[in-house]
Design a protein around this ligand. Structure first.
Ligand SMILES: *Cc1c(COP(=O)(O)O)cnc(C)c1O
Length: 393
């Protein structure tokens, strides 16, 4: 059969056609009124999408660039930081903080689990300058309780220098409810190739007043990712360096699309996008379990993606290969030492009912062939249908 190439990976995600057209036709120079208007529109849209009154910035880099900025701009060598980690992206926080000379304390949970709030409470002392965590750990499919963590951090005595909360919500934004200002998140980070449906190359985030003040004292080296410099330029509707102009054009189109989803209200559109991811995820979990497969993060599954443990005797590398070769579907394998043990199906951004039902139908064939066991065709699809029909009734 004909195979369409489809991404089911937790970044990059499928591209919004309107954004592709906008990117292809954009050719303005970045120091022009044209770009300044686009830039201003994008910053305002990102602010509504995140749902914050804090300053927002959009950097030309992948998401990790903003993660690095939130270490280099907020810490000095020798600072004590607390990393909450339960997967490869949590480990990235540890590596980044160490690269800038921080002393790293961790709260860890096994892959597939989420962070224990009790353990966070035990390790949280006023000496900790920053707490770093993921909203959704894309390597395992687990969702962390950012609200619960924020309550603990904000409950600290408000002594100087205080403790900042930094959330990598690169797959969390647009898939998960995050009340940034009410919870007191100091830095929240997103990436263009996730829920905003455009290619990789832009990272965006919101920064609290507390965090801006910290930057005045923080001594870690920084140059390209000097957020104070970006903020000064942004006040003049410019970027400090040459921005990825065509991606900005794509981002504007994507934000327009989200606004349309909310009948003219961008925040409502974002909530509809979150509800969409939640429903795709619930359908997928039901389908996977109907096939007798086990979720990799069953206790706290994210709406961003569903991670599925490879069935006994099957390797997820072979499962991903079958998806690709037989159906043109790119499903993500486990990362690093999880390679072979799980596969991941994303629901971030531009996915709909037919994508979800389709990938589950393909999964029935893939599992039948990978395990050699008989599969009752339609069982995963039927389970997903039940979830869908209850949700929309
Ligand atoms: C995709 C992703 C990142 C960013 O990775 P980049 O490749 O730098 O864009 C960071 N954290 C999480 C949780 C992610 O899913």
């Amino acid at each position: 059969m004909l195979k369409k190439n489809r991404l089911f990976t937790p970044g990059p995600t499928p591209l919004l056609p309107q954004a592709q057209t906008a990117m292809a036709s954009y050719g303005a120079h970045h120091r022009t009124a044209d770009f300044r208007a686009l830039f201003t529109r994008v910053l305002a849209g990102v602010k509504e999408f995140i749902g914050t009154n804090n300053d927002v910035l959009v950097l030309s880099s992948s998401g990790t660039g903003f993660m690095e900025a939130s270490v280099s701009n907020l810490t000095s060598p020798g600072d004590l930081v607390l990393v909450l980690t339960a997967g490869k992206f949590g480990e990235r926080w540890t590596s980044l903080a160490k690269a800038f000379g921080c002393v790293v304390e961790t709260v860890t949970a096994p892959y597939g689990e989420t962070i224990s709030l009790d353990e966070v409470r035990r390790k949280l002392t006023p000496e900790i300058r920053c707490v770093y965590v993921q909203a959704t750990e894309s390597s395992t499919g687990a969702r962390h309780d950012v609200e619960g963590i924020a309550k603990l951090v904000r409950g600290l005595p408000d002594s100087l220098p205080g403790t900042l909360l930094v959330v990598d919500a690169i797959t969390g934004l647009g898939t998960t409810h995050l009340d940034v200002d009410a919870w007191g998140i100091d830095v929240i980070i997103g990436g263009s190739q996730k829920a905003l449906m455009i290619p990789p190359g832009l990272a965006y985030g919101a920064i609290s007043e507390r965090a801006w003040q910290r930057m005045e004292r923080a001594k870690s080296p920084r140059y390209y990712f000097d957020l104070r410099k970006e903020r000064k330029s942004a006040a003049k509707a410019e970027t400090a360096y040459t921005p990825a102009t065509s991606l900005f054009a794509g981002l504007a189109a994507a934000l327009d699309y989200v606004r349309q989803m909310g009948d003219g209200n961008l925040a409502a559109g974002r909530d509809a996008l979150i509800a969409n991811a939640e429903l795709c995820a619930a359908m997928t979990r039901a389908g996977v379990e109907a096939l007798g497969l086990k979720l990799f993060a069953p206790r706290s599954p994210a709406a961003a993606l569903t991670a599925v443990a490879a069935p006994a005797g099957a390797d997820s590398t072979a499962i991903c290969k079958r998806f690709r070769e037989q159906f043109g579907a790119v499903v993500a394998n486990g990362q690093a030492e999880m390679k072979g043990q799980l596969f991941r199906i994303a629901h971030i951004g531009y996915y709909d009912y037919l994508d979800t039902v389709g990938v589950l139908a393909a999964l029935e064939h893939v599992i039948a062939e990978a395990t050699g066991n008989a599969v009752e065709f339609g069982c995963a699809v039927r389970a997903a249908q039940e979830v869908y029909s209850k949700a929309v009734r």
